[in-house]
Ligand binder design. Structure first.
Ligand code: BGC
Length: 701
C-alpha cells in the first residue's frame, strides 16, 4: 500500500507473495454468471459481464468487468439506474476531446456508484464495413479521430478510478461470421488503418486492458495471434496492461499463453484454468509468462487506483447523467440539409407540426446487444418490467413530441405512428411542417444487409414529402444510411441514437436554442453499390431483407481489397461522390476560411476562421494532408482539427500541430513509421470534400 512506489513495483511485491493457484485464479473469469440464465453468479461479484476472483489475503479485490459501451449495462438486473449516452459514433460527431472525456467520466462515475471497478467499453474498430451492426459502439472511420476520441473517453473512465479497456482488437469490422471469418489485409494496410486507431488510443490513455476479438487475422485467431498481441500491441505500442479475451474467444492454452493472451473470459471454456496450471508445471508455458500475465493485471489495478480507492456503493444521480448526455447529444447532432432555411423552427401560434414515425411520441431509439442499456421504466415503446430482450428495439423515455411541443406551446403538434401511410399523409397535409422520424435499429450479432432504411420508411418519407413541401427528416441510426428521398425534403437532421437527453437536445437544435455543430465521422454512401463490398461479405446470396445472425455463416477468408483506404479515402481514391462526405455538417451560421500557412520546422499549420453569418456557432475546422508521390497514395488523410467557437462577425486564428502519424507511412521492412521526404499538400476547410485553403509542407531528407 506504499503509494510512493510505482504500479509496477507494487505489482511485483504482490506477485512475489502469490501461489501458483492464486496466479492461475487471476488469469481467467468465473463463468457466464448473469449473462446466461441459470448459471451460478459468484458471491462477491457485482453482477457484471465477467468476474475475476480477487486474492483476499493479499488485499487484492476482484474485478467486475462491466459492459458499458454507451452507458452501464444491466441496470435493471439489480434495480439500478444507468444513463444512456448518445452512441459512441454519434458522440464522435462532436470531434470534441472534452466531450469524449465527459462521456467516459459518466460511465466511470455510474459504475463506481454501483460498486464496479472496470468498464469494458472503449470500442475503436473503424467503420470499414458501414453495415456492421456495432458501428454505433465505435468512433467512426478515421483512425486518428477515432483513436483520439476513444483515448480521451478512457481517460474519463480513469478519472473516476475505474479501469478501462479498448476493443475489439483487431479487425472485427463486421458481425457476419465474426467467429469464423479470417481477415486478410497485410501488415502495412493494417498498421495504417485499423491498428492505427488502437495505437493512437493506447498512446493517449494507457488503458488497463485490450480485449482481443472473435475473428481470425491472417490465419490465427485474434486472441492467439503472435503478431497482433506480442509484436504489435506489446512491443511496438508498448502496451503495459493486460489482454483479455472477448467472451468465448479463447481457443487454446499453450498457443494463447505464448502468443500474448493474459486472461480468458468469461472462463468456463477453461483453457486458462487447470490446463494452464498443467502447462506451467510441465514447462510448455514458462512460469515467467504466467508472472507477466499477473503483473499486467496487478499493475493496471494499482495504476487506475482500484486498490487504493475502491468503489463505494452510492446512488447514481440520474439528472446529472441526463444533463451530461444532453450536452453530448447537442454536440453530436449533425444538420445535413437545410433548404430555404426551414430550420430553425419558429415558435408561433400560426404554426402546426406533424410528428410522424419511429415512436417519436414516447422516446428515442437505442443500440442493442451487449451495449444495450436498460431503459428506466422499461422500453418506452413497449413497456414491461425487467430488462430487455437481446433483439428488442429499445426506446428510451425522451419524447421528441413532448419536447417539441414544450418549445412551442401555442403550436398544434400532432402525431401519427407512420404504420398507416395514408393517415401520416393526411396529417402532413393538414400541418404547416412535417417532421418524419426514421430509424435503423442495430446491434451486436448481426449486420444490416443494406444501408437502406428498413421496412417501408423510404416510401413513408416520399409520401409525406409529396404531401407537404416543408418536410424535415430526423434520422435515428447506428451507422450510415442511404436517402433516396433527399432531394424531395427540405431538412435532414442526423441524430444517431441520441441517449436519454436526446429529445431535449433535438428540440434545442430544431428551435435554434443550440446551433448545430456536429460533423460526420463517417462517409454516407449513396447506396450499397458504392461500397468496396456491395454485399456484406458472408451474406452473399442470402435474402436481402433479413438481418442474419453471425453464427449462421460458414468459415471464409475476407480480403479487404481497399486496404488502408477506408471511408473518405476510398471514395477519393475511386473518384466516387458520396451522399454526404466525411467531416460534413451544416450550421445556422456560415464560416469563412483564410490565410493558411505551414511551418516546415514545427510541422504546424496556421489559418483564420471567421463567422460570416448571423448566429453564434462552433465550427469544426479540419486539416488534411496528401503525402508526396513516393507514398503512392491517391487520397488525403485527416491530420488535425479544432472546434472554433465564434460570435457573429468574429474571427479566430488557429494554430494546430499536424498529427505525426498522419504524415508517416508504415515501412514493413524496417517495421516502423517512416517520414518520406518531399512536398505534402496541406488543405484546410469545413469537410473532407471542401478544402478552400491549400499550402505545402516541405519535408527535407
Ligand atoms: C462482446 C463484447 C462484450 C462481451 C461481454 C461479447 O459478445 O463482443 O463486446 O464485452 O460479449 O458481454
Amino acid at each position: 500500500m506504499n503509494k510512493a512506489l510505482s504500479p509496477d513495483q507494487r505489482a511485483d511485491i504482490v506477485a512475489q507473495q502469490m501461489t501458483l493457484d492464486e496466479k492461475i485464479q487471476m488469469v481467467h473469469g468465473t463463468g457466464w454468471g448473469v449473462l446466461r440464465a441459470g448459471d451460478p453468479v459468484p458471491a462477491k461479484s457485482n453482477f457484471a459481464a465477467g468476474y475475476m476472483e480477487g486474492i483476499e489475503r493479499l488485499g487484492i479485490p476482484g474485478i467486475d468487468l462491466a459492459d458499458s459501451a454507451v452507458g452501464a449495462r444491466m441496470a435493471a438486473y439489480q434495480a439500478r439506474y444507468a444513463t444512456l449516452l448518445p452512441s459512441t459514433l454519434g458522440a464522435a460527431s462532436s470531434w470534441d476531446t472534452d466531450s469524449a472525456f465527459l462521456y467516459g467520466s459518466v460511465i466511470g462515475r455510474e459504475l463506481r456508484a454501483w460498486g464496479t471497478n472496470m468498464s469494458i467499453g472503449g470500442g475503436v474498430n473503424i467503420t470499414r464495413e458501414p453495415r456492421n451492426g456495432r458501428n454505433f459502439e465505435y468512433a467512426g472511420e478515421d483512425p486518428i479521430l477515432a483513436g483520439t476520441l476513444t483515448g480521451n473517453l478512457e481517460k474519463g473512465v480513469f478519472s473516476q478510478h475505474v479501469m478501462s479497456d479498448i476493443k475489439h482488437y483487431a479487425l472485427n469490422d463486421q458481425e457476419t461470421g465474426r467467429t469464423v471469418v479470417n481477415v486478410l489485409l497485410g501488415k502495412k494496410a493494417m498498421r495504417e488503418s485499423d491498428l492505427l486507431a488502437f495505437e493512437v488510443s493506447i498512446g493517449i490513455a494507457e488503458p488497463s486492458a485490450v480485449m482481443c476479438s472473435y475473428n481470425l487475422v491472417e490465419g490465427d485467431h485474434a486472441c492467439e495471434n503472435d503478431y497482433l498481441l506480442n509484436e504489435v500491441l506489446k512491443k511496438d505500442f508498448k502496451f503495459k496492461g493486460w489482454v483479455v479475451s472477448d467472451w468465448g474467444a479463447t481457443h487454446s492454452t499453450v498457443k494463447s499463453a505464448l502468443n500474448g493472451l493474459d486472461q480468458e473470459m468469461p472462463g468456463d471454456e477453461n483453457y486458462f484454468n487447470a490446463p494452464l496450471k498443467k502447462a506451467v508445471e510441465g514447462g510448455q508455458v514458462p512460469e515467467a509468462r504466467l508472472n507477466d500475465m499477473v503483473h499486467r493485471i496487478l499493475r493496471s489495478m494499482f495504476a487506475a487506483g482500484v486498490v487504493d480507492d475502491p468503489p463505494i456503493r452510492s446512488v447514481v444521480d440520474p439528472f446529472r447523467g441526463r444533463d451530461d448526455a444532453q450536452h453530448i447529444a447537442e454536440e453530436s447532432i449533425v444538420l445535413l440539409k437545410n433548404a430555404d432555411h426551414i430550420l430553425p423552427l419558429k415558435a408561433s401560434a400560426s404554426n402546426s407540426i406533424a410528428i410522424i414515425g419511429s415512436h417519436a411520441d414516447v422516446g428515442v431509439l437505442s443500440g442493442g446487444g451487449s451495449a444495450q442499456v436498460d431503459a428506466p421504466g422499461g422500453n418506452a415503446a413497449n413497456p414491461k418490467p425487467g430488462g430487455s430482450g437481446w433483439t428488442e428495439h429499445v426506446y428510451f423515455p425522451s419524447s421528441p413530441l413532448k419536447n417539441i411541443q414544450s418549445h412551442s406551446p401555442q403550436t398544434s403538434v400532432r402525431y401519427a405512428d407512420g404504420m398507416d401511410t395514408a393517415a401520416a399523409v393526411a396529417l402532413a397535409k393538414s400541418s404547416a411542417i412535417a417532421i418524419v422520424f426514421v430509424s435503423q435499429p442495430m446491434q451486436e450479432d448481426m449486420d444490416a444487409v443494406t444501408i437502406a432504411l428498413p421496412g417501408n420508411q423510404n416510401a413513408l418519407v416520399e409520401a409525406v414529402a409529396a404531401a407537404n413541401p416543408n418536410t424535415i427528416v430526423v434520422i435515428e441510426n447506428g451507422g450510415p444510411v442511404s436517402m433516396p428521398w433527399v432531394d424531395h425534403v427540405k431538412g435532414v437532421v442526423e441524430m444517431w441514437y441520441p441517449g436519454i437527453g436526446g429529445a431535449q437536445a433535438l428540440a434545442n437544435i430544431l428551435f435554434g436554442n443550440v446551433n448545430p455543430s456536429g460533423k460526420l465521422p463517417v462517409t454516407f454512401a449513396k447506396d450499397d453499390a458504392q461500397l468496396p463490398n456491395p454485399v456484406v461479405p458472408g451474406l452473399e446470396g442470402l435474402p436481402a431483407t433479413e438481418p442474419t445472425q453471425y453464427h449462421k455463416v460458414a468459415p471464409f477468408d475476407l480480403r479487404y481489397t481497399e486496404g488502408a483506404k477506408v471511408g473518405y479515402k476510398y471514395f477519393e481514391a475511386t473518384h466516387k461522390q458520396p451522399l454526404f462526405p466525411f467531416g460534413f455538417g451544416l450550421s445556422y451560421t456560415t464560416y469563412a476560411y483564410s490565410g493558411l500557412t505551414v511551418d516546415d520546422t514545427k510541422r504546424t499549420v496556421h489559418f483564420t476562421v471567421r463567422n460570416t453569418g448571423p448566429h453564434e456557432g462552433t465550427e469544426i475546422a479540419q486539416v488534411y494532408v496528401a503525402l508526396p508521390a513516393a507514398a503512392n497514395e491517391s487520397y488525403k488523410r485527416l491530420s488535425a482539427w479544432q472546434r472554433v467557437k465564434l460570435a457573429p462577425g468574429e474571427s479566430k486564428e488557429v494554430t494546430l500541430p499536424l498529427h505525426p502519424l498522419s504524415l508517416t507511412v508504415f515501412n514493413t521492412d524496417q517495421n516502423g513509421w517512416q517520414l518520406l521526404p518531399g512536398d505534402y499538400t496541406v488543405t484546410a476547410g469545413p469537410s473532407s470534400s471542401d478544402n478552400p485553403l491549400k499550402a505545402t509542407l516541405h519535408v527535407h531528407p
